[in-house]
Every structure is written in C-alpha cells, then in structure tokens.
Design a binder for this molecule. Structure first.
Ligand code: BGC
Length: 253
C-alpha cells in the first residue's frame, strides 16, 4: 500500500459476477476495460480466488505491484468474512484477506462491497458534497448498504437483511434486483417493494440522501420516479462500477 499511488486495481466480487478494472484514483475514472467473469457456482474460496486471478490476468496486472483492492459481499472485520448470504457458508469466520493475499502473492485492501461502493460515491460521485447522512444501497443479487455520515463511512451496515413485519423473507430476498428477475416483476410491482424498503429506511434513519447503485441503477429512470419519499433518492454516479472504483481507491490509501 502506498499513499502516492495514482493508479490502483479494484476487483468487486459479487454473488453473480466478479468485475475488475484499473482505476485512476485521483479522478475515479476507469483506465482500462471493465473485465467481468461469472462468480463460480457455489462461490467456494478456491474457485473465487481462481476467478479473481483470471480477472487480474486479463487486465495484465497479475504480476505488478499496483495497489489492489478487493471487495466482497459479506461482513468484513479485520480481514475475516463473518457472513455469507449469497456465497458459500465456508466464508463465515474465514480469514479471507490472508487467503487472497497468499493466493495472489501480494497485499490487498479487503472490504465489504457496498461499503467500498459508498466510498466511491463519497469521493467521486453522488455523495461527494453531502454534509449529512447518506445511505447508499446496492440493488443486485442482494441488497448492500453503506452508511456515510459527514464524509465518513460507518462500516458493515447490513440493511439488506432488515425484516418486514409479518413477512418471512428479509428485505433483500423480497426487494433486491434478483427478486425482480426471479419473479419477473414489472418495474411498477418491484417499485412497490422498494417503496416499503426505502420508506422503512427513511423512518429508521432520517437520512439526507439515498444513493442507489448496483447494475440496475443504469435503469434508474424506470423505478426511482415511482417512489414517494421525503428524502432525495439518486442513482450512483458510477453505477455498477462504484465497487471497483471504491476498492481501488481504498487500496491506494
Ligand atoms: C450481504 C452484504 C452485501 C450485499 C451486497 C448481502 O447479502 O449480506 O454484505 O454487501 O449482499 O452484495
């Protein structure tokens, strides 16, 4: 890790895809193509590591000392993954950072995927000039969340796992983008679920801004205008690249 790096690599491991790119950490712009491979079925550690290696090889950065940030879809504390909603249960209580560092033969910066996406929006995107409370959510296979208060990240918020009263499933099983796809919901029907979710977050946190990321944020005009909230809600400036950019940025200091 060096604080003088101007370029860094970000790899964003998701429940469905593993994405990576070289990033200009001064501007948050991608300096390479965005490489994506499917998350291996079952998402076991060795298979995920092999997929990360293939992303780094395609980017031609496998044998460089460019700082590398890796984002993962689980609670991450002191390098250990403590949960596993959309990956193998092996990751629970797993020394994931050390595992990747050994396997990749280099130091990495390792953090939760939604947290790094939040950092990207804080540094280079929609949350940049916000002085109050920003809640970033990523709508994908799961629902990720990052709490950003006065420019600081409060890590490991798991707001995708809120429960709805009288409802067996948690919020992400019911309202993530994967639920829309799985149940073939129209934008309107899906937006009704999001309405409950964001109203609930609004009631719990009184935020100043919601930022919505994840792959579906490129279609934000299809569903954000359907929501009725007191809090402004905007798509992530960096859409689904926010995880890559934030992971890279944090690795560069
Ligand atoms: C996980 C979070 C993650 C989110 C988005 C959730 O299921 O519990 O840690 O940020 O999915 O990937």
């Amino acid at each position: 890790m060096t604080s003088t790096a101007t370029r860094a690599v970000g790899v964003d491991i998701g429940g469905t895809g593993i994405k990576g790119a070289l990033v200009d950490v001064a501007t948050g712009e991608l300096l390479s193509e965005r490489v994506k491979v499917a998350t291996p079925r079952g998402a076991e550690p060795d298979d995920v590591l092999a997929a990360v290696v293939s992303v780094l090889e395609t980017l031609q950065v496998a044998d460089t000392d460019i700082p590398l940030g890796v984002a993962f879809p689980a609670i991450v504390k002191e390098g250990r993954t403590l949960s596993a909603a959309n990956v193998s249960q092996t990751w629970i209580g797993f020394e994931a950072e050390a595992f990747f560092e050994r396997g990749l033969g280099r130091d990495i910066h390792f953090a939760n995927d939604a947290d790094v996406a939040g950092v990207a929006e804080l540094r280079y995107g929609a949350a940049r000039d916000q002085s109050g409370l920003v809640i970033m959510t990523t709508l994908g296979t799961g629902i990720g969340s990052a709490i950003l208060y006065r420019g600081e990240l409060i890590p490991n918020a798991e707001l995708g796992h809120l429960h709805r009263a009288r409802h067996k499933r948690d919020a992400e099983a019911w309202a993530a983008y994967s639920a829309k796809e799985r149940e073939q919901l129209s934008w309107k029907k899906w937006a009704r679920r999001l309405q409950w979710y964001y109203s609930h977050l609004e009631f719990l946190f009184s935020p100043d801004l919601f930022v919505v990321g994840g792959g579906v944020s490129k279609h934000a005009d299809q569903f954000l205008p359907l929501l009725e909230l007191d809090t402004p809600i905007v798509p992530a400036v960096h859409r689904n690249n926010a995880g890559i950019i934030g992971a890279a940025a944090l690795s560069a200091g």
